[in-house]
Ligand binder design. Structure first.
Ligand SMILES: Nc1nc2c(ncn2[C@@H]2O[C@H](COP(=O)(O)OP(=O)(O)O)[C@@H](O)[C@H]2O)c(=O)[nH]1
Ligand SMILES: [Mg+2]
Length: 275
């Protein structure tokens, strides 16, 4: 045995304030884009809305609850609309990145993979209500025929609970890979967050700083990397603010670390678009 809780297999993020400053001062170098758009994808109940709330909580320094989350996860996806979340700065304006929440991707009653591909290219209007029976078509009310750069997706993030990685069906993996290929064809960068590390690992539940010391969580990251073909260093472990009353530095650190990488990847894409 021995090594299960010895040295972290990835260094712990260090300075939250540096990352917060980076986020605050960030704006796309490509002036055609007013902001950077992050799209979260995954099945229902995996922590997408809670991640959006967690980001808001970290930025505000208090637990926020803007994106409706679902405590009672049923076959029906709670989020049906394509919705853009902006984040307010304390004094003025908004951060120069936004996060899109999308309907869950379950086999029946889930969002069409084709609709997600349209969203990547900015063709899905904000507020469009996904219809599992019918995919969005050119000419539909919710179809944006001439998307601006800011309406396109600049980084795609797959969200899966750490404890669910080994339970993903081949059908779901095929869908995720399908979207990944579509994003790759558009050269859109991708990463993943494995949520609910506290549910998946008792040591992580005790102390979130143990997540990079857990062999079990490391295995899930490597397994997910293989399943999806994403590099290991594009996969982040996150404990969302799901039951806490106050924020804390350790939980903030992992959320910030994942968020910063999303911005770095998205910025890289945006700034090289016209090369
Ligand atoms: N323990 C724990 N629960 C979480 C975490 N993230 C989300 N949840 C819970 O998982 C449930 C579904 O989350 P939600 O964000 O609505 O999932 P979505 O359908 O992907 O948007 C909610 O009850 C959340 O409180 C996490 O990191 N840890
Ligand atoms: Mg949701």
């Amino acid at each position: 045995m021995g090594g299960a809780f010895s040295r972290p297999w990835r260094p712990l993020p260090k300075n939250n304030q540096d990352t917060l400053d980076f986020l605050k001062s960030y704006s796309p170098r490509n002036h055609e884009a007013t902001h950077l758009r992050i799209l979260l994808i995954g099945q229902t109940g995996e922590g997408k809305s809670t991640f959006i709330n967690s980001v808001d909580s970290v930025l505000q320094g208090r637990v926020a609850n803007r994106a409706p989350t679902d405590q009672h996860v049923t076959a029906d996806s709670f989020t049906k609309k394509y919705k853009t979340y902006k984040f307010s700065k304390t004094n003025e304006g908004h951060y120069s990145f936004v996060i899109n929440d999308i309907m869950g991707m379950e086999r029946t009653k889930g969002v069409h993979v084709e609709d997600i591909k349209l969203a990547l290219r900015g063709h899905v209007k904000d507020g469009y209500e996904f219809d599992p029976e019918n995919k969005l078509e050119e000419g539909d009310l919710g179809y944006n025929a001439a998307p601006e750069l800011s309406e396109r997706v600049h980084v795609v993030v797959t969200v899966v609970p750490a404890g669910v990685v080994s339970l993903l069906t081949s059908d779901m993996i095929a869908k995720l890979r399908d979207i990944r290929l579509a994003a790759t064809a558009l050269e859109i960068p991708q990463l993943a967050i494995l949520t609910k590390v506290d549910d998946a690992c008792p040591k992580a539940q005790k102390n979130v700083n143990n997540i990079y010391k857990s062999d079990y969580l490391k295995e899930q990251v490597y397994k997910f990397s293989q399943l999806l073909g994403l590099p290991v260093n594009s996969i982040f472990l996150v404990k969302n603010y799901s039951s806490e009353i106050n924020t804390n530095d350790a939980t903030d650190a992992h959320i910030l670390c994942a968020l910063k990488q999303m911005i770095v990847f998205g910025e890289d894409y945006l700034s090289h678009l016209n090369d």
